[in-house]
Each structure stands twice: as structure tokens, then as C-alpha cells.
Design a protein around this ligand. Structure first.
Ligand code: SF4
Ligand code: ZN
Length: 300
């Protein structure tokens, strides 16, 4: 199999695009796709300071790799944030991988440890992932705001977006829609704008990118990771209908952009206020993060 662009030996046939590419041409192709989405969705604005949240897995490593390349071309700044969740060996390996990755890319790394709050994710016996999600969202938003970043970037992929969409749609929860856009603008001065640079990239594309560039990434899964049946369904549909994944997220973004910008009627926004303990934005008296700290922290 030969590379369609240069004729060298191809590393992979990319079914959704109907082409085979060699290592170097794939890297260029992938970065071109991300750049195109950046322009199409206005993912980052000129001069913005981006805090990229990196776990060390293939997706966040790919995100940091491509952000570091695009930052010069599109004129924005990027630094990395790693949250040490305190999940035994897994967290130790994650931290080591992120340090190596930032070293290779020459990107400044910031680290926050959940243990600073008197507990770790391993201390949470039930609904661990949902608590972990609360912790990560809270810490990255607060850290970015207090340290002068304009935007927080996460490594969500097309598979994440589609499985999130199905789970919420089927449970009748429709207040999530803006969270599924490539860029979610801040709605309050205490909330930092969120971007998803790999919104229309698949996990396979990300894996191939980090391998082709030789970027460090962690193969191990978090020991708390549940089996994600929705993702398995997405893989299956993609295997039968190549291109499904990409078309789904691109059309979802188009539909949601119209909702957010008012061409489709949107339901009332939820009322919100500020947490009486920490002052972050919440729809309750005390935010979900502070309730977790109260329940699990060993600190008095
Ligand atoms: Fe956190 Fe769950 Fe992800 Fe592990 S799998 S890092 S516990 S959200
Ligand atoms: Zn080539």
C-alpha cells in the first residue's frame, strides 16, 4: 500500500477519507484537519492563552502535540495542566508521561494534586467517575481563571461527544447542549471558556498521530474506567458505515450552533448562583465539589 501523496510506504488506510498515507503525510494531514476545524468553529482566537488539560493518554497527548504546532501558526499561547488524581500507580505513570511529553514539546507544565484537598479519587467508593468529573472540571476552571488563562482545552474526541449525546438524549436531559460544541463561551466571569480541539477527531486518528510523531503517551487505562457500551456502539456503526462518526459530530455542531445563536428555540437557562463556601458558580447553595470535600476530606 502506497501513500497517496508521496508514494512512500503507507502506514494506514484511512477509511472515512478513502486514502492511504505514509507517516509524514499523515502528520501533515491530521494537523491540516485540526487547523480546518479551528478556523471553521473559531475554536481559538488570536492572542488567547490556552490551558490544555492533559492526562497523558493518547487523546490528550495528541491534543497537546497539535496545539503546540498550531499555536505559532494561529497565534495563541499554550501551557499544560495535569491534575494528579491520586489513583495509585496509574496516577504516577500519568504524571511521568505528561512530564516527558511537555519536555519533548517544550511546553510549560502546571500540576495540581487532589490530595491537597485532603482526599483522592481512590477514596470515593461509589460513582467514582462522576465524582472525578466534578473534581476535574472544578479544578481546571478555577486554576485557569486564577492564573490568567482565557480558555481551557480538553481532549474530548468524536466518540466522547457522540456517546455523551446518546446518554443524555435517552435520559431526556436536554440542558447539556452547549457542552457538546467545539467551543463553549463563558457565561459568567467565574467560568472560563472551554474548547474541545479534537471535537471531530477519532480516537484512532489521535493514536496514529502520537505514534507517527513519536510523542509519549500512556496506554494504561484508569482502573476505575467503566466499560463504555455507547462507545462500542459508535465503533460498530463506524465499522459498518465509515464516516458516520465525523458526519455525526459535524452536523451536531451545526445544529447546536443554531440553537445557541438563536435560530432554533432554546429552553430556559437554569438559574445559577455562587457557592456559599468557595464562591464558584453552581445551581445549589453549596457546589458539588465542596460537598465532595466535606464528605471525603480527612482535613478538619
Ligand atoms: Fe476519573 Fe473515571 Fe476517568 Fe478514572 S476513568 S480518570 S476515575 S473519570
Ligand atoms: Zn507520503
Amino acid at each position: 500500500m502506497k501513500c497517496k501523496k508521496c508514494g512512500k510506504r503507507a502506514v494506514e488506510k484511512l477509511k472515512p477519507y478513502g486514502i492511504a498515507l505514509c507517516r509524514d503525510c499523515y502528520v501533515e494531514f491530521y494537523e491540516g484537519l485540526v487547523e480546518r476545524s479551528f478556523k471553521k468553529f473559531g475554536i481559538v482566537k488570536r492572542g488567547e492563552k490556552v490551558l490544555a488539560c492533559v492526562s497523558g493518554g493518547k487523546d490528550s497527548s495528541a491534543m497537546l502535540g497539535v496545539l503546540s504546532r498550531l499555536s505559532e501558526k494561529l497565534d495563541f499561547e499554550v501551557e499544560a495542566l495535569h491534575i494528579d488524581l491520586g489513583i495509585g500507580e496509574y496516577s504516577k505513570k500519568s504524571m511521568k508521561t505528561v512530564e516527558e511529553l511537555c519536555g519533548v514539546l517544550g511546553i510549560k507544565l502546571h500540576v495540581i494534586s487532589v490530595a491537597e484537598f485532603g482526599f483522592t479519587i481512590d477514596d470515593i467508593p461509589k460513582k467514582t467517575c462522576s465524582a472525578c468529573g466534578i473534581v476535574k472540571r472544578y479544578l481546571m476552571n478555577r486554576y485557569a481563571r486564577l492564573n490568567g488563562f482565557d480558555v481551557v482545552a480538553t481532549g474530548h474526541t468524536a466518540e466522547d461527544i457522540i456517546s455523551f449525546f446518546f446518554k443524555n438524549w435517552l435520559s431526556g436531559n436536554f440542558s447539556w447542549s452547549e457542552k457538546l460544541l467545539p467551543r463553549t463561551e463563558s457565561f459568567d466571569e467565574r467560568i472560563v471558556t472551554r474548547i474541545r480541539p479534537l471535537y471531530d477527531r477519532s480516537e484512532k486518528e489521535n493514536l496514529l498521530y502520537v505514534i507517527c510523531r513519536g510523542l509519549p503517551f500512556l496506554l494504561d487505562d484508569c482502573p476505575h474506567a467503566p466499560r463504555d457500551e455507547w462507545k462500542e456502539i459508535v465503533y460498530y456503526i463506524e465499522s459498518r458505515k465509515p464516516g458516520f462518526r465525523r458526519n455525526f459530530v459535524l452536523n451536531l455542531a451545526k445544529y447546536l450552533e443554531e440553537r445557541v445563536h438563536g435560530t432554533v428555540e432554546v429552553e430556559e437557562k437554569e438559574e445559577y448562583g455562587y457557592c456559599k463556601l468557595c464562591g464558584e458558580v453552581t445551581t445549589f447553595d453549596v457546589c458539588a465539589f465542596c460537598r465532595l470535600v466535606k464528605k471525603f476530606s480527612a482535613k478538619p
